[in-house]
Design a protein around this ligand. Structure first.
Ligand SMILES: Cc1cc2nc3c(=O)[nH]c(=O)nc-3n(C[C@H](O)[C@H](O)[C@H](O)COP(=O)(O)OP(=O)(O)OC[C@H]3O[C@@H](n4cnc5c(N)ncnc54)[C@H](O)[C@@H]3O)c2cc1C
Length: 311
């Protein structure tokens, strides 16, 4: 059933099927995916709303003027986390960030994601902002994207016609653009089992507390002695989409990690990104952050400081 919006003025005129007409758009709050898909089909200009922390800002700024808003907040299938066969985890797309941080299975098994969630926005925003909203908003600086890329997450998209799954890397198409079709809802993010013994580090560079990232770096390493057996690296705010740093991964895997290797990996990372200059930072500074933070993360995760002093 479509329900009226909580918090919408009582005098707001009621549209058909209990929807509330606000200034310019009708608000719908379906309780099933089927109902949400029907509303999307009925209102071709509709926008999906999860936590609203990106969407409502854009509507208020008149960057977006949807004909209808379809809330995903009351659809149980979109919430929560469930263990999957093979040791992975399925995260409902409309699960708020704060909720994810309360789950031991997220915090203990996917610490790289937890590190990013902890530095995302403010506690108030984290209470409502969702994982799916962060990804569908497709900002290059989305905090959850680099760790999810490093874990090789997949996204699950469903419409009335069926379901498909994509690697997260293929989901991002450009700033504000994803591979999601208008009829689809991002229903879940699927994480494979984390590599045993992985060491991880997320770094978010910002100008001030609570700021968006100027640049961010997520590093996941599995070492055997001092040899790197697996490396997964990703960066945010340094290209049109969050990026997986594959050239750095190839360079590291199979190598003995030394300070020189860490320095070279940092250099490679800096050449693999394509940042822009904007109000938060210059392109050069962003590139430099990536270089230094990749190098430092490798030094820290491989324990090279203890061996011979940090570069
Ligand atoms: C003060 C403030 C600080 C912020 N700080 C940060 C920060 O530090 N780091 C950061 O990464 N972000 C930050 N943000 C941005 C925002 O909070 C996040 O991107 C958040 O995760 C968006 O989630 P949401 O649920 O609020 O999305 P919404 O605003 O509800 O939706 C965002 C977009 O995704 C679409 N969408 C949402 N869910 C789905 C779905 N399941 N399927 C299909 N489409 C969907 C919506 O239609 C909309 O286009 C900040 C925002 C504010 C206002």
């Amino acid at each position: 059933m479509t329900r009226a919006a909580a918090g919408v003025p009582r005098c707001a005129p009621r549209g058909k099927r209990g929807a509330v007409a606000t200034s310019g758009f009708a608000y719908h709050r379906p309780t099933t995916l089927r109902e949400a898909w029907r509303l999307l089909a009925e209102h071709p200009g509709a926008a999906l709303l999860a936590g609203g922390t990106d969407l409502l800002v854009r509507i208020r700024a008149r960057e977006l003027q949807p004909s209808a808003v379809v809330s995903l907040r009351s659809i149980p299938e979109l919430a929560g986390a469930a263990a999957e066969r093979g040791g992975g985890l399925r995260l409902g797309a409309a699960t708020p960030v704060a909720d994810l941080l309360r789950r031991a299975t997220v915090v203990r098994r996917y610490p790289l994601l937890a590190q990013a969630l902890r530095v995302m926005a403010s506690p108030q925003i984290r209470n409502v902002a969702t994982l799916g909203g962060n990804l569908c908003n497709a900002s290059p600086c989305a905090d959850t994207a680099p760790p999810l890329l490093a874990y090789e997450a997949r996204v699950e998209l469903r419409s009335a016609r069926g379901r498909r799954e994509l690697p997260l890397e293929e989901f991002f198409r450009g700033p504000g653009t994803t591979a999601r079709r208008a009829s689809e809802i991002l229903t879940a993010v699927r994480l494979p089992a984390p590599p045993p013994g992985a060491r991880v580090l997320f770094h978010k560079q910002r100008r001030v507390h609570l700021d968006l990232a100027l640049a961010s770096v997520a590093v996941l390493l599995r070492l055997q002695g001092t040899t790197c057996r697996r490396a997964r690296l990703a960066a945010g705010s340094v290209g049109p989409t969050p990026l997986r740093l594959r050239a750095v991964e190839r360079f590291l895997e199979g190598r003995i990690l030394t300070e020189e290797v860490a320095v070279e990996a940092g250099r490679l990372a800096a050449t693999a990104v394509s940042p822009i200059t904007d109000l938060r930072s210059t392109a050069d500074w962003r590139r430099r952050i990536v270089e230094v933070r990749v190098r430092r993360a490798l030094v820290e995760l491989a324990g090279l400081e203890r061996a011979g002093g940090a570069p």
